[in-house]
Ligand binder design. Structure first.
Ligand code: DGJ
Length: 760
């Protein structure tokens, strides 16, 4: 099993050993990481350097420099984070900042990389500990460092106690995205309680003119982009629900300037890789210094560390772009696809899938699924996924969860005949599961009522008639891994849609020792990750989608172990434009599944054409979720043509560079995306109109990201151009003269490509 929760290597436990490691580290003076193999696109390899004289660490990768040093007090002080500096640019040494007055201690004025709560700190700390003797003071100073390949580790230690913190910095050579985390180790002789553990503090350059963006939502209304000016005070983004959540996603972006532009300007961004409760604080002080901290939420948190034990925080990723918020998204997309997801950077394109949920609901059976499979195959679908309803006594959402046997009334011969049929039609087979849940009306719960999160003697609050299994327990972990492994071993399954449909309530773990019960927040997610990792290792061909009542479990932690996500249960193709747009601020379109469903759509009772629905869904991983039994021959013909066209451009849409030509945010009448292929050979444009008003023409579109000197030919797949007299022209022409699209009426859409021919 991959070691996802690697403990930090044992550090030296005595001061003299620590000193030796400092001396040993001096050998790293200006040591660079070994050169990376030749990179495409002239990527300059990452470099990590240590300047012994200034006790300064400098990391350079892609367009980013990140610099910090050890100041005269022994604190680790941020010196610079932003656009890549010249190699010869020298940075002033770290010097603790004096406070502005006797009331303002240097410890709060100095931008530190990682702080313990102690020594008069009043800003948000990264680490807060209560020791058994009642002491709660923690002051962390530099001890040693090491540089290996693209990773830098720094060891901090409390000024008197054996609390060691190993900070890890890994910089991605292609994007300059840094992954930061902390590992806290108890080298005292008694247990202590961690009450707050964050991964890192990110200090931004001083500015009084920052705009914050983050993503909020709810079921069927996820991924709303929020924007507000930063002022002195604190903004807290958080989930307390036990999982990532959709009320806020663990992502932020901060732009300098009051009128941020999509593709111009300085942007700092970050995202947490954690699928449990989390917190990100964006804190600005009176001097307009901005610091961002994040990790496990301290709310209801306590983790007891025995001597010799350690706790690792989630990773907190951070990046910088000088190409506006659009550039920040493109860096994140690339980082996710090339460094985060399984099989990165060589994962396959997302297959076109069919999903049964909106067609048959819980009422699945062998005959109706085979009938749908035949129709799906006829339009070019590559993966047939049977959703909820196939197991236990599942007739609706009152029963079945936890009882993972194939329902004998619905599938008298097991899943085999359906899977064989799907294969014979040239598709692979996927199945819905919701492993972490149990319905009280079911055999598993009757046998193991103690397996759910609960507080003894208190009600067990149900959500969607289900309770949350306590995955922190080893027996629950073994049960879940066991049934999934059996399912995948006995059946030829290529894909699991892994659902998770409620929040925690009564998060008790009565079977654990009293002082360890709150560790449920960490251990649950660790076990979830370890199950996913172990399944993937044993069944390497199986792909997994993360779904949580729509898009409530999307983060860079779950994405290390899953191949795609379901962003929202809302499949209204118009609503989807802004949902999908919001999603792409933090996550790649190549991770996002989008289904074509029935019209009128159940969400808003809105009617749209099949072409409009397809074009909306073709901006991500394409799926079909409609009831194909209701389709006309014309519908099948339209679908077949568009599925084929999608397959021709999907690599560009899923892995290319996304430009938001017109954002649907803020009740815009329009929405236009352009995706440019990684090798630049084509650009794909989808344009949408909500409703024509007062005869206004559709806005002219100015392409971005093309090679100005290359020649591109325009080809319109759906819709028509306002003027089709020019079909071949330079990148400069398409970017500056632009394209007129003729869209009029209500819920209209167009789709065209620009194919590069050669260089003028
Ligand atoms: C919630 C998911 O988001 C839906 O797509 C569907 O799978 C249902 N659960 C099934 O219960």
């Amino acid at each position: 099993m991959p070691d996802l929760f690697r403990r930090a290597p044992a550090h030296t436990s005595t001061p003299w050993r620590s000193l030796l490691s400092v001396i040993a580290c001096c050998a790293f003076v200006f040591a660079s990481a070994p050169p990376m193999p030749a990179q495409p696109n002239n990527i300059v390899p990452a470099q990590i350097r240590y300047d012994e004289a200034g006790r300064t660490f400098r990391m350079d990768a892609a367009d980013v420099s990140y610099i910090f040093g050890v100041n005269q007090s022994g604190e680790l002080q941020t010196l610079y984070w932003g656009k890549r500096l010249r190699p010869a640019d020298s940075i002033p040494e770290a010097r603790a900042e004096p406070g502005s007055s006797a009331f303002d201690l240097p410890v709060n004025a100095t931008p530190q990389e990682f702080t313990g709560w102690g020594g008069g700190l009043v800003v948000v700390p990264d680490l807060k500990i209560t020791f058994p003797d009642g002491n709660r003071d923690l002051v962390l100073h530099y001890v040693s460092h090491a540089i290996r390949n693209n990773a830098l580790t720094i060891v901090l230690k409390d000024i008197s106690r054996g609390v060691f913190v190993e900070l890890e910095y890994v910089i991605d050579p292609e994007t300059g995205v840094l992954a930061r985390s902390a590992c806290v180790e108890n080298r005292t002789h008694e247990p202590f309680t961690i009450e707050q553990a964050f991964a890192a503090t990110w200090n931004l350059p001083g500015s009084a003119d920052y705009q914050l963006r983050y993503l909020t939502g709810r079921w069927a209304g996820e991924w709303n982009l929020q924007q507000s000016a930063l002022h002195p005070g604190k903004v807290v983004l958080e989930s307390r629900r036990g999982s990532t959540g959709d009320e806020v996603n663990p992502w932020f972006a901060i732009e300098r300037g009051s009128q941020p532009d999509q593709d111009v300007g300085d942007v700092w961004f970050g995202a947490l890789g954690w699928s449990g409760s989390w917190q990100i604080n964006i804190e600005e002080d009176w001097a307009r210094r901005v610091r961002v901290t994040g990790g496990y939420t301290p709310f209801d948190f306590a983790y007891v560390l025995a001597p010799g034990q350690s706790l690792e925080t989630p990773k907190f990723y951070g990046g910088y772009s000088s190409a506006g918020i659009g550039g920040a998204s493109r860096l994140l997309h690339r980082f996710e696809l090339d460094s985060i997801v399984p099989k990165a950077p060589h994962r396959r394109v997302r297959p076109v899938l069919y999903n049964s949920w909106e067609a048959t609901g819980f009422d699945v059976n062998e005959a109706n699924q085979e009938a749908l499979a035949e129709k799906a195959a006829s339009i070019g679908v590559e993966r047939f996924v049977m959703d909820d309803g196939w197991f236990g006594e599942r007739k609706d959402d009152h029963a079945g969860l936890g009882d993972w046997y194939v329902n004998p009334q619905k599938f008298p011969h097991g899943l085999r005949p359906l899977i064989d049929k799907v294969h014979s039609l040239g598709m692979d087979f996927g199945l819905w599961v919701e492993p972490e849940m149990v319905n009280p009306d079911g055999a598993l719960y009757r046998k193991h009522p103690d397996w759910v999160l609960n507080f003894p003697g208190r009600p067990r609050t149900e959500g969607r008639h289900q309770l949350v299994l306590n995955l922190a327990r080893d027996d629950v972990r073994a049960y879940i891994y066991g049934f999934l492994d059996k399912l995948l071993t006995e059946n030829d399954i290529a894909f699991l849609k892994w659902d998770y449909n409620r929040n925690w309530s009564e998060p008790g773990w009565p079977a654990a020792p009293l002082d360890e019960q709150k560790e449920v927040y960490v251990k649950y997610v660790q076990n979830l990750y370890s199950i996913l990792a172990e399944l993937r290792e044993k069944h390497p061909h199986v792909e997994i989608e993360s779904c949580s009542g729509g898009g409530a479990r999307v983060d860079l932690g779950i994405l290390r172990l899953t191949d795609e996500v379901w962003p929202s249960d809302n499949t209204d193709p118009f609503d989807r434009l802004s949902i999908q747009d919001g999603f792409t601020y933090a996550y790649s379109p190549g991770l996002m599944m989008a289904w074509v469903t029935d019209s009128p759509n159940w969400m808003n009772d809105r009617s749209t054409s099949l072409e409009y629905r397809f074009l909306s869904s073709m901006q991500g991983g394409l799926g079909i979720g409609a009831n194909l039994n209701k389709w006309t021959p014309d519908d099948f013909a339209t679908a077949k043509k568009l599925v084929a066209e999608y397959k021709a451009i999907r690599a560009t849409v899923q892995a290319g560079a996304l430009y938001r030509l017109i954002s649907p945010q803020g009740d815009s009448e329009y929405s236009v995306t352009e995706s440019v292929a990684r090798d630049g050979h084509e650009a794909v444009v989808f344009a949408f109109l909500h409703s024509s008003q007062q005869g206004r023409p559709y806005p002219r579109l100015y392409m971005r990201g093309l090679d100005p000197d290359a020649v591109y030919t325009i080809q319109v797949q759906v819709g028509k151009l306002a003027d089709s007299s020019v079909q071949r022209a330079s990148g400069d022409y398409w970017m500056h003269h632009g394209v007129g699209v003729s869209l009029r009426g209500d819920f209209q859409a167009a789709f065209f490509t620009l194919e590069r021919e050669g260089t003028q």
